[in-house]
Design a protein around this ligand. Structure first.
Ligand SMILES: Nc1ncnc2c1ncn2[C@@H]1O[C@H](COP(=O)(O)OP(=O)(O)O)[C@@H](O)[C@H]1O
Ligand SMILES: [Mg+2]
Length: 340
């Protein structure tokens, strides 16, 4: 019970090593679902035995959900130590298919559900950078670290959104395509400079937004990634884009450039349910690719198109819009596919 006194003063909120008391309180007040913590299942009977009919219920309830959060963090620190961050590259060589919209909103939703996310904007147009409310400044991007000048970690900036950091882009990134091609091992530069950011416990996911081409920056993002997410606009030419990406995936695997790259999923975007064409395209893509296509389809909505001009992801711009709901549901699918 000594540790419970410690809890009451909040000391344990910062002490991830000692998770027994938060666990006890969380269980006792029903804020924790023990099923989510299979490794801690043994603690259940002990917890109930120790607490019995606890006193000071009112004061404790106020703290219980905070303790649950601290346990959540403690659980990761305790059991996930040394698991590298997963890198997701959002790519399609076509422009205007919803890459940036998807990367920004998915990253924001993943951060909102508790994941620590780093966003890496590799597109010289820097739409994601401004869409996340960050100014485009010369010298702020991954450009120089990619060329071997300085550490990528020094370019990380916080965003206004909890648990979401960014390495912004800027116009200079255009030059990176040309300058990188002169370097030795130029397809693996990003993988190398990203490695220190993947290691350790400070973040769980790294989301990369690519330019609309299959140039050197995009190929670097492919080589650095664990997973590829391909947005496809619900239009007649959608399938052509995927055929190209599929060929490239095979090449990346066969050539040894990134043998482990997995297709996380194909996402149908800008779906307009009023047109027959949109339904036909979705059906055709599903027939062609089967379960790799996400169940969630992103609707075409003006709110999604407006949000970037306010520097906000859709869940912060219009929380109750259909666009926000679509990206929230997609997030659940992604979390399940990543087994997070
Ligand atoms: N689901 C959607 N509904 C309406 N507009 C969208 C949607 N997704 C993207 N847009 C808009 O379409 C344009 C292209 O999207 P964007 O995400 O920038 O594509 P990409 O990064 O592939 O070039 C942008 O103006 C964006 O705001
Ligand atoms: Mg884009």
């Amino acid at each position: 019970m000594a540790s419970l006194t410690g809890c009451g003063t909040g000391i344990l909120l910062n002490d991830f090593g000692n998770w027994a008391a938060p666990l006890a309180l969380g269980l006792f007040f029903g804020t924790l679902d023990l099923g989510r913590y299979p490794k801690l299942g043994w603690a259940g009977p002990w917890v109930r035995g120790t607490l019995g009919a606890g006193a000071q219920k009112v004061r404790c309830v106020r703290f219980a959900s905070r303790f649950a959060e601290s346990l959540e963090l403690g659980r990761r620190v305790t059991f996930n130590r040394g698991v590298p961050a997963k890198v997701i590259t959002v790519a399609n060589q076509k422009g205007g298919v919803g890459k940036t919209t998807t990367a920004v909103n998915l990253a924001a939703c993943l951060a909102a559900v508790g994941r620590r996310v780093l966003f890496l904007d590799l597109d010289p147009q820097a739409n994601a950078t401004s869409g996340l409310g960050i100014e485009k400044l010369a010298g702020a991007s991954a450009y120089r670290p990619l060329l071997g000048d300085g550490a990528l970690a020094d370019k990380i900036q916080p965003t206004a959104f909890e648990r979401l950091e960014i390495i912004p882009s800027e116009v200079d990134m255009c030059g990176a395509e040309i300058e990188l091609s002169r370097l030795e091992n130029h397809l693996h530069r990003l993988r190398q400079v990203l490695e220190p950011l993947r290691a350790g416990d400070s973040r769980e996911l790294i989301m990369i937004d690519c330019p609309p081409s299959l140039g050197i920056l995009t190929l670097n993002a492919f080589a650095a990634a664990d997973y590829l997410l391909v947005p496809l606009q619900c239009e007649y030419y959608a399938l052509e884009g995927v055929a190209m990406i599929n060929r490239l995936l095979t090449q990346l695997r066969d050539s040894g450039a990134n043998p482990n790259l997995e297709l996380l999923g194909v996402l149908m975007t800008m779906f307009d349910g009023r047109t027959n064409l949109a339904h036909q395209v979705v059906n055709e893509v599903r027939q062609h690719f089967g379960p790799v296509v996400f169940e969630t389809v992103i609707p075409r909505t003006t709110r999604l198109a407006e949000a970037p001009s306010f520097g906000k992801p859709i869940i912060y711009y219009d929380k109750y819009s259909t666009g926000a709901a679509a990206y929230e549901v997609l997030t659940q699918e992604v979390v399940a596919r990543l087994k997070l």
